[in-house]
Design a protein around this ligand. Structure first.
Ligand code: BGP
Length: 461
């Protein structure tokens, strides 16, 4: 075998609470920003499918987990929904939710699959959003309290915890590019939101360290390696350094090193947008860094020195660089994202060389494809050979990075089952396991059977 992976490598896939749980009539879940946004603006969601539908995991989790066991996963990541566990964001804990998450984690363990549990996947409880959400410092305290509740309730069953998934996304999509609620454009708010998320993550880690939990805690970041148009051109290089500081190092540095990148701090100071900080906050961030890093990798970022004038109306990160559209790029047309396999290797090498080779794993990587039903064979199995190729090409680079000393402990694909994707709802399907939304029937795709072989062999040729 040409690509053999280390013993005990984590093989599996990921999901999130808000993308799989859905709602049932009269359930006791509190609204999240997604429930609220769908109520006020259903037209924003692809084919009017909202977060109440999703894949009904609460009633179908056994079928999902049976398929995952059949594929041979040894680990699976999902998230607890804050607004399900604590409907008002603070205060009373919902006992139905507690019972459900216990059943879910028990079933995973019984099937030999380690639950990796994340606490925040873009799903602010609406009761807290009404008081400012991440703009409000009180939300940081509420998040630490929520984390404590989770550690106390489930700490004996869960050995791998994550504070947040892609914390840059609520910053950029909620406060710069209008794809998440509250969809405003305001860099100063974006900075405050990001700072509070970073602080909240550190405060949750502090709670973890003081709890009885014996496992590991980390964070999941979408790292987008940033490439200058012309690597020999210092102005393009500088543009790449700044874009990297905005979108990667803004969370990577505080999470792993306990500090914020100087380039970013200088820009924010120049703009007079330094968030409200205290010495105590900075000490909490400095001393509560992660044990483990989840790396979500989908696409690179390509930039060049500023060619166009600044937009002038309101400051934006793009005042410091221009996006470079590489004419030779390979693209996933359904999602519009570039496919660049070597980016996963460059990201791991960067962690090896500049982040003390922190233990990490690929926590998401995958390919969303529209109308996958057209690839169904007579047996009802989706023949997603493109996904097999995509994973193979990326895994080969992960393997190379490990051979070169990177401390990468596993590979989780996005996603385990097809699931609901924010504004895109069910447009693109990502899973190893397809779901017929009318019948809720789960069927393993060809990629799932291929992955089963990879897991069995602990590698591939
Ligand atoms: C990541 C998120 C996931 C998932 C995935 C695919 O950024 O962590 O929640 O949605 O991207 O993206 P999308 O669903 O937007 O196609």
């Amino acid at each position: 075998m040409t690509h053999h992976f280390p013993t005990d490598f984590w093989w599996g896939a990921a999901a999130s609470g808000p993308q799989t749980e859905g709602r049932s009539p009269n359930d006791s879940k509190g609204a999240s920003i997604w429930d609220h946004w769908f109520k006020t603006n259903p037209e924003k969601f692809y084919q009017g499918q909202g977060p109440g539908q999703t894949t009904q995991v609460m009633t179908h989790y056994q079928e999902d987990l049976q398929c995952m066991e059949e594929i041979g996963f040894n680990s699976f990541r999902t998230s607890i929904q804050w607004s399900r566990l604590i409907p008002e964001g603070r205060g009373a804990v919902d006992q139905e939710a507690v019972a459900f998450y216990h059943r879910y984690f028990d079933e995973l363990l019984a099937r030999g699959i380690q639950p990796f549990v994340n606490l925040y996947h873009f799903d602010m409880p609406m009761a807290l959003q009404n008081q400012g959400g991440w703009l409000n410092r009180e939300t940081v305290t509420a998040f630490a309290e929520y984390a404590q509740v989770c550690f106390d309730l489930f700490g004996e069953k869960v050995s791998h915890w994550f504070t947040q998934n892609e914390p840059i996304v609520p910053v950029e999509m909620g406060y710069l590019y209008q794809q998440h609620y509250p969809a405003v454009v305001d860099l100063s708010m974006a900075v405050q939101v990001g700072y509070h998320e970073a602080l909240a993550s550190a405060r949750a880690i502090q709670k973890f360290r003081r709890s009885a939990c014996t496992g590991k805690i980390g964070i999941i970041l979408n790292l987008t390696p940033t490439y200058p148009k012309d690597p020999q051109n210092p102005a393009d290089q500088e543009a790449a350094v700044i874009a990297d500081a905005f979108f990667n190092r803004s969370f990577l540095d505080p999470a792993v090193k306990g500090t914020f990148p100087q380039e970013l701090v200088e820009i924010i100071d120049d703009l007079g947008m330094r968030p409200n900080t205290t010495e105590t906050d900075l000490a909490v961030i400095r001393t509560n860094t992660v044990d483990l890093l989840g790396v979500n990798y989908y696409q690179p970022r390509r930039v060049q020195q500023k060619q166009s004038p600044k937009n002038g109306q309101h400051p934006m990160p793009e005042d410091y660089f221009d996006v470079y559209d590489w004419p030779d790029k390979k693209i996933n047309p359904y999602r519009g994202w570039e496919i660049y396999e070597k980016g996963i290797y460059d990201t791991l090498i960067n962690l090896r060389d500049n982040y003390d080779n922190i233990p990490c794993f690929i926590s998401e990587n995958g390919m969303g494809v529209e109308n996958e039903g057209r690839f169904k064979n007579e047996a009802g199995i989706i023949e997603d050979d493109y996904r097999i190729q995509f994973i193979k090409d990326h895994l080969a680079y992960v393997h190379q990075a490990i051979e070169e000393g990177c401390h990468c402990l596993g590979y989780h694909m996005w996603a385990a089952t097809d699931n609901w994707s924010w504004l895109n709802a069910f447009k693109n399907r990502y899973g190893f396991i397809s779901i017929d939304l009318d019948t809720q029937q789960r069927t393993i795709k060809r990629s799932g059977y291929w992955f089963k072989e990879v897991i069995r062999e602990n590698g591939f040729s």
